[in-house]
Design a protein around this ligand. Structure first.
Ligand code: NAI
Length: 339
């Protein structure tokens, strides 16, 4: 289902205390949008917005934007009727379970912007509470800029726990408040959102990275230069333009912008790819990495038992930067004076 402005009432927000835990990419954009909606819709009594944040650069931004900030998690959670949990996903479980949940009102609605911690049940939310997902498919700056230009943004919504019996009305009011409903909000679930999000990250893009890496190696061996390869494969931004046309005109229809040689090559080639191994790999990632929780367990353990997420990422970058593609690109960028 799709929900538009006219399907949603702001009434469930009236008189409520709305707490933003986190004022980063999403927190800032959504809080600013909500404050503007409260004014433009003249919601009465006006909801109160509180930003809860550690004293850091994000908190300074909240102050600059006129929200101020509270650093006492427990006291702020105790006031929340609606609590947006907008700190990084890996930070949420400890912060929520230890510092927010103990004082949370029994009827408060917890709003998450990604399905991850809900689907994997990392948040311990009492059954009397509501949990809703309002998950923009856009980075925070676009969430704000599209609102400012009176457009909506693609967003998923779901009710994950309906402790009060009114979670859906609150979820839709939140969607409207943050400005998502102008473009139509898509009904989804934490499971669907998590599966698709992690699948893109762990199945689709790794294939793309590996495809480019292997293509680079193959063509290099056949005598193509680093300069030519880097420009041909991505520096020209041709792939970026192709994906833009996929959104504008259609995934297949955009092929018509290419030459006949290219269209024939792409269409015929796509039918000839041996997809057997790919199907197996996609099934493996979906079922044995994502849906069964193996990836989430492994990722969370990096900080608790392993070297830590940042150190592990450094190690992975070291490894990946040893490919012919990465080394070739580094030489080209240095020669061109690019960073
Ligand atoms: P972010 O990385 O911008 O979060 C920064 C905020 O988290 C700051 O307020 C910072 O003070 C706080 N923070 C960081 N570490 C903390 C800690 N250890 N303890 C307490 N506070 C801490 O987060 P972002 O990217 O806005 O993500 C928030 C949620 O939105 C996540 O669930 C994410 O999956 C979701 N989301 C993010 C999108 C994006 O554009 N980045 C797009 C759609 C959803």
């Amino acid at each position: 289902a799709l929900y538009y402005d006219s399907d949603c009432s702001s009434a469930p927000l009236a008189g409520k205390t709305i707490v933003f835990v986190g004022y980063g990419n999403q927190g800032r954009a959504q809080a600013l949008n909500l404050r503007d909606t409260i004014q433009s819709e003249n919601i009465s009594p006006a909801p109160r917005i509180i930003v809860a944040n550690n004293k850091d650069s994000y908190a300074s931004k909240a102050e600059e934007d006129g929200f101020g900030f509270q650093t006492d998690w427990a006291a702020t959670a105790a006031e929340a009727d609606i609590l947006f949990l907008l700190v990084p996903d890996q930070v949420q479980p400890k912060l929520f379970n230890e510092s927010l949940a103990p004082t949370l009102k029994k009827t408060a609605c917890v709003v998450v912007a990604s399905g991850y911690n809900v689907f994997y049940q990392f948040l311990h939310v009492p059954t009397s509470n509501d949990i809703v997902m309002v998950a923009p498919r856009m980075i925070g700056t676009s969430v704000r800029s599209r609102y400012e230009s009176n457009q909506g943004f693609p967003c998923f919504v779901s009710v994950e726990q309906d402790g009060t019996g009114h979670a859906k009305e609150v979820a839709l009011a939140v969607c409207k408040g943050v400005g998502a409903t102008k473009g139509g909000v898509i009904e989804s679930s934490a499971k669907e959102e998590t599966l698709m999000d992690l699948f893109a990250e762990q199945a689709i893009w790794p294939q793309v990275i590996a495809t480019f890496r292997e293509a680079y190696g193959t063509l290099k061996k056949l005598g193509c230069s680093d300069e030519a390869l880097v420009h041909e494969l991505w520096l020209s931004k041709e792939p970026a333009e192709v994906f833009e046309k996929c959104a504008d005109d259609g995934f297949i229809s955009q092929l018509r912008y290419h030459s006949s040689v290219s269209q024939y090559g792409q269409l015929k080639g796509s039918m000839e790819v041996d997809t057997g191994a790919l199907k197996k790999e996609y099934q493996r990632v979906a079922e044995q990495r994502i849906l069964n929780g193996a990836f989430a367990k492994e990722f969370m353990a990096l900080d608790t038992e392993g070297p830590g997420v940042d150190k592990k990422l450094d190690e992975l970058y070291d490894e990946v930067n040893h490919s012919e593609l990465a080394e070739g690109e580094a030489r080209v960028r240095a020669r061109l004076g690019l960073n």
